[in-house]
Design a protein around this ligand. Structure first.
Ligand SMILES: N[C@@H](Cc1ccccc1)C(=O)O
Length: 488
């Protein structure tokens, strides 16, 4: 209706000089006219110019009187023709209304404020105040004396009024055409296409943001760790076999065959293929010997070492299996010092809870050189962990079958205000290194930690199942869009 009014008016008239007056004359809400003008202007049906002027708007009090009438009229109507005592009249009216009503009615000479009786002086009154207020509400102009009076009574206040003046635009038509974005078969068949107006292409509109790949927090932290190792001059070991033989996972590490970790309660053994096809036979013999009777300054474990036990396939329980294979290969060539790392998945037959899963990731680092000592290990651990933001470290003696000495690594967590275990480390035993064929004066310092724990601390996650597995919230992953530098 507002649109028809605007376009219809412009068909016969040159200009709408004031949208406010235009709306008021037709009893249309000005806001509605403004919306129509904006849209018609956008499609160039009209050319609109902003206009501003000081206008008067009703205060809350003014609005009330515009609906229920002015206090003076309310007071006048409350006085019966025979008159009324002040007390009785007061009872009938609200105190502030009584006060204002009396003052105004007396000023207008409508009432006689006698000591005994208040009585009407005239028979009939018009509510001019109410009428004026309604006119202002409708956007009409009223005389300046009236404005002054209403302003003095705080029934109106000035406000900047915004509206438009408008003329026909280049696309003017008495009726707006239907705007479409697509031309359809139906448009052709019905002949409607002749009437249609097409929306212009907006070449500068931004498209939908594209969703690209994202790095899982574990992958993100893994790539950061990889970067740390590379900066420290470490090479990555090949880690791609999840299935390993007991030999490389345990026996080569001088872990006795009766060790509880080798129980199916702790380790996942494979049903098919249940055993490994190949092992380096000479080396297997030396491993058997060191377990059974020792050598290299050791007494061994003095038990019957069984090949069948070593052949059993399992899902590797730690990445130290990766290190044992690597060190064996290294020992087959003339010795050269090396620094290696790996970050990959390992498996343990564990009860799953908030902090444990049956599969997780291990980070493993090792340095292999002549004359290494425990101080070298402590030094390299300080270097490594400080690059992860962990500067306060403490070490606690520990036991691993393959390291001596062994140390658990603790880091002071400023947030938790306590020492948190962050890894395990040690110097590989001669019983492990020498059967491989490494020279007697070569030592290997090594350490391992889980990838999940620092990631959980970094991302503030306290349940591992929120980090790993099918319950992970995609929102968490979408926090890490892949950028050129972040790709692992
Ligand atoms: N393999 C050990 C970690 C470790 C690696 C290297 C040396 C000492 C310990 C673990 O699973 O916890």
């Amino acid at each position: 209706m507002a649109e028809e009014a605007v376009l219809g008016y412009l068909e016969k008239n040159e200009e709408i000089t004031d949208s406010g007056e235009f709306a008021a004359e037709r009893g249309i809400d000005h806001n509605e006219i403004v919306n129509v003008i904006k849209s018609l202007h956008g499609f160039r049906y009209v050319d609109a110019q902003d206009i501003k002027r000081e206008a008067w708007v009703l205060t809350d009090e003014g609005k009330t009187y515009a609906t229920v009438g002015s206090p003076e009229v309310q007071l006048f109507l409350a006085i019966p023709p025979e008159g009324i005592s002040k007390e009785d009249l007061q009872k009938k009216l609200d105190p502030s209304l009584f006060k204002i009503g009396c003052a105004q009615a007396a000023k207008n000479k409508w009432v006689d404020m006698g000591k005994q009786l208040i009585s009407r002086k005239v028979q009939h009154v018009d509510d001019k105040v109410k009428d004026l207020l309604i006119q202002i509400q409708q956007g009409r102009n009223i005389g300046s004396d009236e404005i002054k009076a209403l302003k003095a009574r705080k029934l109106i206040v000035p406000q900047t009024w915004k509206g438009y003046s408008l003329k026909k635009g280049p696309n003017y038509a008495p009726k707006r055409k239907k705007v479409v974005t697509d031309l359809t078969r139906d448009n052709f068949q019905s002949g409607e296409w002749k009437e249609l107006e097409f929306k212009e292409y907006n070449y500068s509109a931004k498209g939908q943001p594209l969703e690209g790949g994202n790095l899982h927090p574990l992958l993100k932290v893994r790539s950061q760790l990889k970067q740390i190792f590379l900066c420290m001059g470490f090479e990555e070991m090949p880690t791609n076999n999840f299935v390993e033989s007991s030999f490389w996972n345990f026996d080569a590490l001088f872990q006795p065959q009766q060790h509880p970790a080798r129980d199916s309660h702790d380790t996942f053994f494979l049903e098919t293929p249940s055993t490994t096809k190949e092992l380096p036979e000479d080396y297997v013999l030396r491993v058997k010997q060191v377990h059974e009777s020792g050598g290299y300054g050791s007494r061994g474990y003095t038990y019957d070492w069984k090949r069948e036990e070593a052949n059993k396939n399992l899902l590797r329980t730690h990445t130290t299996a990766v290190s044992s294979r690597m060190l064996y290969q290294l020992a087959q060539k003339p010795f050269a010092p090396k620094k290696y790392f790996s970050i990959d998945r390992v498996f343990r037959n564990e009860a799953v809870d908030r902090t444990h899963l049956a599969e997780f990731h291990q980070i493993e680092g090792l340095v292999c050189d002549r004359g290494l000592t425990l101080s070298d290990l402590i030094g390299v651990l300080h270097d490594f962990f400080s690059r992860l933001g962990m500067t306060k470290l403490k070490f606690k003696p520990a036991y691993n079958p393959y390291t001596e000495p062994s140390m658990e690594i603790f880091s002071y967590h400023e947030g938790f205000k306590k020492w948190v275990e962050v890894g395990n480390s040690g110097m590989f035993r001669p019983e492990m290194l020498q059967p491989m064929g490494l020279p007697e004066d070569v030592q290997v310092i090594a350490w391992g930690l889980s990838l999940e724990r620092p990631t959980m601390i970094l991302y503030g996650i306290d349940n591992i199942r929120d980090l790993f597995g099918h319950k992970v919230d995609l929102g968490l992953i979408k926090k890490n869009p892949i950028c050129r530098l972040g790709i692992d």
